[in-house]
Design a protein around this ligand. Sequence first.
Ligand SMILES: NC(=O)c1ccc[n+]([C@@H]2O[C@H](COP(=O)([O-])OP(=O)(O)OC[C@H]3O[C@@H](n4cnc5c(N)ncnc54)[C@H](O)[C@@H]3O)[C@@H](O)[C@H]2O)c1
Length: 326
Amino acid sequence: MSDTFRVAVVGFGVMGRYHANVYAALPGVELHAVVEPEADRRRAAAELYGCATFADLSSMLATVRVDAASVASPTSTHHELASRLLEEGVHVLVEKPVATLVSEAKALAAQSRRLGLVMQVGHITRFYKAVQRLRLEVRLPYLIEARRLTPSARIRDVGVILDLMIHDIDIVLSLVDSPVATVGVAGHTINGSPFEDVAAAQIVFANGCIARFLASRVAPDAERSLVVAEANRTFRLDFAREPHTEMAIYQPRPSNDDNNHVHVDRHVIFEDNPLRKELSHFLARIRLSATPIGTLEDDLRALTLASDLIQRLNPQVATALAAPAD
Ligand SMILES: NC(=O)c1ccc[n+]([C@@H]2O[C@H](COP(=O)([O-])OP(=O)(O)OC[C@H]3O[C@@H](n4cnc5c(N)ncnc54)[C@H](O)[C@@H]3O)[C@@H](O)[C@H]2O)c1
């Protein structure tokens, strides 16, 4: 491996551009190639970064050698592209969700292990300081509510559960140390979309914690919030204030009269480019064997739960309430 670390970005859409921007600015890293089927986007990448560009992954693999790559193409292509890169000895960061099917995700995890290569999934919320703080502070939540709403329906190949809700599923699974007991979900497809655009889910864990999720990509406004309640504290996070996360911590305050007194601590947390942290961590895992922040097992748990929710939604019926799990 040479001193300069060569990386590629596969898929130069919204996320791919962010990845390319970060790699291009990281010391000791060369953004060597971009793979993108659309010619105008390839031209933009060549102009911005002076890197080689290719219309498909086969052409790139036949022409240049890279040490690592980000796969930021549509989710339905992740499995095939990541698998080909791994087989060529390339460490891979796959945007979330790792794949559309749990079986594909398991196959990729096994392949990366067999080949001794790093595969990291782009669960960016793991690199939010506010989420890291929450994971340190939360002990035994009894109620979690996560809302992730956006007016953007850019993603067309998967529904809103794999597109948006999976972020919150991943956070919640990292906060609750108990197996899932029951699952319920309802959803809507809007304007003839083949996938759910709105989904509401409720998960009850074996320890009694209730997690409620709402995700929509047809909402009038963006909203990304999380409320975590435990016996003596409630955390309320607002992620929609980028580049800051607002965190309020509510605690009952002892009082001599009958009024309820609640003490509120408000924090404005500067998130300082979580994608740069995510990609730097990916490179540190490859070059310095850094301990992973989030494992492939964590990725699989989140995808397995998301897939379970999707299977319970009846795509033919606009509102499909699922039966509780056995
Ligand atoms: N981590 C996050 O917060 C986050 C946010 C948004 C999207 N994503 C994920 O990133 C991925 C891409 O989403 P996006 O919003 O950038 O979508 P996008 O449509 O803006 O970009 C996808 C790009 O991939 C290209 N592409 C299609 N097929 C390809 C192929 N076979 N090889 C190479 N490129 C190909 C498309 O032409 C397009 O330019 C999705 O998996 C999505 O879930 C993650």
